[in-house]
Design a protein around this ligand. Sequence first.
Ligand code: 8OZ
Length: 385
Amino acid sequence: MNAPLPQAALDELAAGEAMLFQPLRIGDITVANRVVMAPLTRGRADEAAGDVPGSAMNIEYYRQRSGAGLIISEGTQVSPVGKGYQATPGIYSDAQVEGWKPITRAVHEAGSKIVAQIWHVGRVTHPGLIGGAQPVAPSAVSPGGVAYTQAGKVEMPVPHALSVEEIAEVVEQFRRGARNAIRAGFDGVEIHGANGYLIDQFLRDGANRRTDAYGGSVENRVRFALEVVDAVVAEIGTGRVGIRLSPVTPSNGIADSAPQAVFGHLVRELDRRGIAFIHFVEGATGGARDLAGFDFAWARQAFRGVYIANNGYGRELAVEAVETGRADAVSFGRAFIANPDLVTRLKTGAPLNAPNPQTFYTPGPVGYIDYPALLAPADADSVAA
Ligand code: 8OZ
């Protein structure tokens, strides 16, 4: 890999000229810059209407963040049972598709691109969030944490181990999610394969104790992920499909004895399929970057599609990562919550607003659409003119 750039060069590049701010082709999607808005659960869909997005404030939230070259939507469950948090939006009903349409339209009108993150939480939920149903997973192993339901904080129960027939149904739900995403005006999808949710549960031997074709060997544990990828690719084409992976995260009680082996095989198979991008959480999601267990530099070389890097990136590290070729693009999560105009701030070196974790998941506009931009777009135009 290339050596890091000297500080003076980084400063100069960060002043608007850096590769980070240059266009990129991500499969069939051309983006204006390499700053990606990471998927962010915000819990502000209309739950009473059936987990439907598209309120005026939902539209405004995404519109405000359209300076990102690419927006990855908050996780959208592919079925009612795939939901793990209050008021997360779905992508399985016609009402949800209609709800997403004004959001994707607003983002496109503002000159950005948006893919839907399609998501199934598997065992990371509670009957109180999924209409009384039992959560599902590869094996009957509890993640050992709590879920937040209308009734308050509750232990996540032991899930039902999916039968082979039921696995095929979940694959079809992901396929439908991808089809619906395109119907709703998204440019593509990101399959949520990270953070201890259903796909990750199949990948890891801590959660997957199966003895059939979906468990045991590395090839068997990767099978479900690839069946989902293949179904989604068959539905919308390789150039519009990416996946998010977190090979070493401990999120949501997930663990594996040998992540390099399982994610090594998966990355090679994804490369063979030619999907548009892999979005890597480097380290513990939202935490330490320096966890052992997976060689991200290897993955960068092994996968010929676009490498989107995530986790703990600031301006300097992001500029350096793209400039040296360690990544093609960099995603920002919490920084995008608090800075609707993050790209402008990164270009100019302006200070960033601090996110308020108290309002990450609360209903309503506070902490959602009221973070200040440096200049209102109209002001920015008049300054430029
Ligand atoms: C934080 C809170 C709720 C959900 C993830 C979808 O970790 C999430 C998530 C994060 O990927």
